[in-house]
Design a protein around this ligand. Structure first.
Ligand code: NDP
Length: 303
């Protein structure tokens, strides 16, 4: 019987994940179909019930459900527990396990960004959504000692910092209000800047004025294109990396979880490039109206 893997999001009309995962199944001789399920929040619980069936290898979960899905599943991995966000589901019989492969995906991107330099210890993170949670946890795991989180709605950044309370008790993890002057003064003390907001996704805007970018920065934008932020960073002489590496490696980790096989990275990377050349954007970060609103914190796994 042909197996199924689904991407549950809202909206999911065009997805880079679909291109990359289907190519991976096909090239590995795995008889599986990657489907897109556009499910509004109200339909999420039913979708999760359906994925418990035998024909499913698992699922991906994306905006706006990564945090909402947590209480609907049975078991969380360490990364999912720590971030409070799930982007991949696997099945153990009818039980569902929630993983967060954005974390290892981010860590691969961070290593690529830093290259041969010594791993820095200080970072500025813009954004406090699901992506930012994976980033902050990845930075904690990479040994960062000071991480400052800026977000348009400060309370969400404060919620993120509270969420990591104990995990980050050995370090300086702080939320700060979004003011250009405060961001500039923090950037002067740091080496790594990560954009985990969706500013620059749908229009050519930068989350920070180009003038605050200096040549010694390492700048990662989670958005999968050469954003205004990245162009500004390059002009300043900084190292700049877009979100494709993270996307590819979170997908590779998910593929390995569903199939028990190593992911065909080259095939996936080529499929991503081809889909991007065709103008496909992932569901990640596309405007989802009210559905994109933050969900309450403190969700915990069921059962
Ligand atoms: P969320 O919806 O959870 O969070 C969106 C974030 O962007 C929030 O911090 C929000 O701030 C901020 N934001 C949105 N619009 C504005 C604005 N106009 N001004 C200021 N801040 C704004 O999304 P995710 O965290 O899941 O995704 C964020 C970005 O990261 C997206 O672009 C997504 O594509 C990308 N991403 C990439 C991944 C990859 O593999 N490369 C993986 C995950 C995400 P506020 O809370 O104040 O609304």
């Amino acid at each position: 019987m042909s197996k199924r893997v689904v991407l549950i999001g809202h909206p999911v009309a065009h997805s880079l994940s679909a291109a990359m995962q289907q190519a991976a199944f096909d090239s590995s001789g795995i008889d599986a179909k990657y489907e897109l399920w556009d499910r509004a929040p109200i339909a999420l619980a039913d979708a999760i019930e359906e994925v418990r069936g035998d024909e499913f290898l698992g699922a991906n979960v994306t905006i706006p459900h990564k945090e909402r899905v947590v209480p609907l599943i049975d078991k969380l991995t360490e990364e999912a527990q720590a971030t409070g966000a799930v982007n991949t589901l696997t099945r153990e019989g009818r039980r569902l396990v929630g993983h967060n492969t954005d974390v290892p995906g981010f860590n691969v991107a961070l290593d690529k960004l830093v290259g041969r330099q010594k791993m820095p210890r200080q970072a500025v993170v813009l954004g406090a959504g699901g992506g930012a949670r994976a980033v902050v946890y990845g930075l904690i795991r990479a040994g960062f000692q000071r991480v400052i989180v800026f977000n348009r709605h400060l309370h969400r950044a404060e919620g993120l910092v509270r969420h990591f309370g104990r995990t980050a008790s050995h370090m300086d993890l702080k939320a700060m209000p979004w003011h250009d002057s405060i961001i500039e003064s923090e950037l002067a003390k740091t080496k790594v800047l990560i954009n985990a907001t969706s500013i620059g996704l749908a229009n050519d805007e930068s989350p920070v004025p180009t003038e605050v970018l200096t040549g010694d920065l390492l700048v990662l934008d989670l958005i999968y294109s050469r954003t205004r932020l990245l162009r500004g960073a390059e002009s300043a002489g900084a190292v700049a990396l877009d979100g494709e590496t993270m996307l590819l490696h979170q997908g590779a980790a998910a593929f390995a979880l569903w199939t028990g096989q190593a992911a065909p990275l080259e095939v996936m990377s080529e499929a991503l490039a081809a889909a991007r050349a065709d103008g496909v954007r992932s569901a990640e970060g596309e405007p989802a109206g009210d559905a994109g609103a933050p969900v309450p914190e403190a969700a915990s796994p069921a059962g």
